[in-house]
Design a protein around this ligand. Structure first.
Ligand code: NAD
Length: 419
């Protein structure tokens, strides 16, 4: 996944670019240029057939100047430490943009979960958790779901951590099931947040969201909920994809029907879905369709220079983390294609995670309407701050988002001091 092994470097280039625009000297953000702590573990697990296999896991803690480390756990065969560093850094900037008191982290295990039984996955998750126990905790570092992990994974982490402490610690993870201290609204929060920022940018750019055409890459947690929310707002979702392929329908895909199909699919895929006027397309075609909104909601590095040159969407809303390469981003900027950056667009997930953590720390449970109202308020405030900054500085929304984040992080660092 770390296509050229330089994702963290790309992130630093983005940071430097924003600092230059905002005239922030390098010395002021030197602490953000390297992760505070990096952890790799190799651990053995007994498979269902009795054989022992070794696994490699990571937890990278990028920065904690504004609060405990926060970030997802990813299961993917291609993960590496460079990718984890970049993802951890993006979390630091995202939490600052979203204005929530967390720092940034990321972790994962280099596996394809579909290769393992549920019992094996539970043991692998708990083996990994046992290895990172000294590093995590509600006041220290709070994992959450990411690609190929979900509320069940979080319940297993919570169990392993709590057993080691000798008592239940709900606040050690977010995105967990409601029955073990999860929050209403958390599962849908990232996709809902993506739809809120899409609505706001549509308004700013004079695009009528009703009837606006949308292509979405990725139909997992984030992609499917984004599709559902935008469909409910009246947009026409003309194309979606997942690892099984991509589909296109010029009249719009029947999203409730597709969601039902995916829910009933043994591997939760869009493969086999049918509807009148539906065509199979490839990934490149989806990314370069002439639509109002392109929403990458899968993996990193999908919009490279080549795709960026051919892309025909009016606006890109980055639901995934890091879907655009640094070079691809430059092309989009030169072509005047508006990009709502990941650290703003997908911050609904960590914002709702923050609400979940607050509920856990106070041992209370909020109503779903309270979560949704606060989520929308926070997302709109973050959007407005970034959009205003981009107008003020005459720069892209990505650079503006980094400026907003950098300013808060640098201020916190200066106030706390360095010895
Ligand atoms: P997920 O595992 O639920 O879904 C990922 C989806 O992408 C699946 O549909 C998968 O089939 C598809 N996919 C993978 N590779 C693909 C490819 N090459 N082409 C097309 N589709 C492909 O993961 P998710 O939680 O929805 O996360 C998606 C993205 O959103 C990731 O970048 C993640 O870091 C980011 N994100 C997630 C959250 C969250 O709350 N889950 C929050 C913020 C950001």
């Amino acid at each position: 996944m770390s296509v050229n092994g330089n994702q963290f470097k790309n992130m630093l280039e983005q940071l430097d670019k924003a600092a230059k625009v905002a005239q922030i000297p390098k010395e002021d953000y030197i602490t953000l240029r390297s992760p505070e702590r990096e952890f790799t573990i190799n651990f053995p697990i007994k498979m269902d057939d009795g054989k022992i296999e070794m696994f490699t896991g990571y937890r990278i803690q990028h920065n904690s100047i504004r609060g405990p480390y926060k970030g997802g756990i990813r299961f993917h065969p291609d993960i590496d430490i460079d990718e984890m560093r970049a993802l951890a850094g993006w979390m630091t900037f995202k939490c600052a943009v979203a204005d929530i008191p967390f720092g940034g982290a990321k972790g994962g295990i280099a596996i394809d979960p579909s290769d393992f039984s549920k019992n094996e996955l539970e043991r692998i998750t708990k083996g990994y958790t046992t290895g990172i126990i000294p590093l995590i905790g509600p006041e220290l570092d709070i994992p959450a779901p990411d690609v190929n992990t979900n509320h069940q994974t979080m319940a297993w982490i919570l169990d392993a951590y709590s057993k080691a402490q000798g008592y239940g610690v709900a606040g050690v993870v977010t995105g967990k099931p409601i029955s073990v201290g999860g929050s209403l609204g958390r599962r849908e929060a990232t996709g809902k947040g993506v739809s809120f920022v899409t609505r706001e940018i549509a308004y700013q750019k004079g695009i009528n969201l009703e009837g606006a055409t949308v292509a979405i890459q990725g139909f997992g947690n984030v992609g499917s909920i984004t599709a559902k929310s935008l469909y409910e707002m009246g947009s026409k979702i003309v194309a979606v994809s997942d690892i099984s392929g991509a589909i296109y329908c010029s009249n719009g895909i029947d999203i409730p029907r597709l969601l039902k199909h995916v829910y009933n699919h043994p591997r939760r895929l869009i493969e086999g879905y049918s509807q009148g006027g539906l065509e199979n397309i490839d990934n490149y075609t989806l990314l370069t369709l002439e639509v109002d909104f392109l929403i990458p909601a899968a993996m990193e590095n999908q919009i490279d220079e080549k795709v960026a040159k051919a892309l025909e969407a009016k606006i890109v809303v980055e639901a995934a983390n890091g879907p655009t390469t640094f070079k691809g981003d430059r092309v989009l900027e030169d072509r005047g294609i508006v990009v709502v950056p990941d650290i703003l667009a997908n911050s609904g997930g960590v914002t709702a995670s923050y609400f979940e953590w607050v509920q856990n720390m106070q041992h209370i449970a909020w109503e779903e309407s309270t979560i949704n109202l606060n989520l929308e308020r926070k997302m709109m405030a973050a959007f407005e701050t970034v959009y205003k900054k981009s107008v003020e500085e005459e720069t892209s929304m990505r650079t503006a988002a980094y400026i907003v984040a950098l300013s808060k992080l640098v201020e916190a660092q200066k106030l706390r001091g360095i010895f």
